[in-house]
Design a protein around this ligand. Structure first.
Ligand SMILES: Cc1cc2nc3c(=O)[nH]c(=O)nc-3n(C[C@H](O)[C@H](O)[C@H](O)COP(=O)(O)O)c2cc1C
Length: 356
């Protein structure tokens, strides 16, 4: 019988267990989007995961959405990421890079030359975002032209190539949490009247084109997709999420993607029951799991692997702790995005007495 600790095939890789570390923004990069020297240590500490998915990484500077977040565009960024992949591989781990273009969830102060954030339509999201000088209102974004959309897709393609050049095992497209891909998927942020908006066929076009470009570049079996239907984060609203995500996942058939990662947070229906039968690759479930709930998802065959966020953040040796029944460190929210060592690489592993 499968368990959290059994091996699983994911694309071309055999993972040593079914515990996946969730993508988590940690804001430990410099102002040029280069990961600092703390970052390889942080990920290497967590290499016992069957798979690590990195924090969101912007494929192009115009996709940056938060202070001190990393990119994969410049030679300096690639060199720094190489240290990360090497540190994880040296400990026997596997690591995918999450590509995150924030679209309208950004601010001119975070973008080159104070540029306007980009989005499918010029619709300002409600709410505020952290900038270098504190909280600021979101602004009305620039609606991408069809030519600009093609250029963003090429940015994703290049980023995937650079991730592989930096030694990563694959990439995950972040199409959740109200960022650019989900802005295309959702009726509230996409009011285009061309081939990228309107019907569900048109709203999913951007995501499918990005997946195709990235897959052509690095091989589809090392490309994953993250979605979170009904998460409603970052002012994202869709009139008919069941229709949107059913259609999207149906279109993934035959693409031979490495995995589909679905994170749910209080959705109105069981999207896993709806979507898993439609998908022909590995299915990853995330969002609020503990050891017990994750184990039953695997044993019952409802997921191929379970994704843990804050538990992995606070417990570098989470698989070992689950295996031995040891207690867990508690995540400290105050240091999630704070610069520096504290709350980043100083969460203790189990003591020898605990692991005995
Ligand atoms: C500090 C923090 C940062 C996060 N940043 C990202 C991110 O960059 N990309 C992403 O897809 N999800 C991000 N998430 C969401 C997680 O990937 C995951 O879906 C969420 O934490 C739920 O899992 P959990 O209940 O096990 O923590 C973040 C979560 C946390 C706690």
């Amino acid at each position: 019988m499968n368990s959290l600790f059994s091996q699983v095939q994911l694309g071309r890789y055999t993972l040593s267990n079914r515990m996946v570390m969730a993508p988590m923004t940690r804001s430990r990069s410099d102002d040029s989007g280069v990961p600092t020297e703390l970052v390889p240590t942080y990920y290497a500490q967590r290499a016992g995961a069957g798979l690590i998915i990195t924090e969101g990484v912007f494929p192009v500077a115009l996709g940056k959405g938060y202070v001190r977040t990393p990119g994969i565009e410049t030679a300096e960024q690639v060199a720094a990421w190489k240290q990360v992949s090497e540190a994880v591989h040296a400990r026997g781990g596997r690591i995918f890079m999450q590509l995150m273009h924030c679209g309208r969830i950004s601010h001119p102060s975070l973008l080159p030359n104070g540029a306007q954030p980009q989005a499918p339509s010029a619709i300002k999201p409600a709410g505020q975002t952290w900038t270098a000088t504190g909280l600021e209102d979101f602004v009305t974004p620039h609606a991408l032209s069809v030519v600009e959309i093609a250029s963003v897709i090429e940015d994703y393609r290049r980023a995937a190539r650079l991730a592989v050049e930096a030694g990563f095992d694959g990439v995950e497209l972040h199409a959740a949490s109200g960022y650019l891909p989900e802005q295309f998927l959702s009726t509230g942020s996409n009011q285009r009247t061309d081939e990228y908006g309107g019907s569900v066929e048109n709203r999913v076009r951007f995501v499918l084109e990005v997946l195709n470009a990235v897959s052509t570049e690095i091989g589809s079996d090392r490309v994953g997709l993250k979605i979170s239907p009904e998460m409603n984060f970052n002012d994202i609203v869709d009139a008919n999420p069941q229709e949107t995500y059913t259609y999207l996942v149906e279109q993934l058939r035959g693409l031979n993607l490495g995995y589909l990662h679905v994170a749910l947070f209080g959705a109105s229906i069981d999207y896993h029951a709806l979507l898993r039968p439609l998908f022909d690759g590995s299915y990853l479930i995330g969002g609020g799991l503990d050891q017990h709930s994750a184990e039953s998802l695997i044993v019952d065959g409802r997921a191929d692997a379970a994704v843990f966020g804050s538990a992995f953040l606070a417990n570098p040796d989470l698989p070992e702790r689950f295996r031995t029944g040891a207690g867990l460190n508690v995540p400290n929210k105050d240091t999630f995005y704070a610069p520096g060592v504290e709350g980043y690489i100083d969460y203790p592993a189990m003591s020898p007495a605990q692991s005995a």
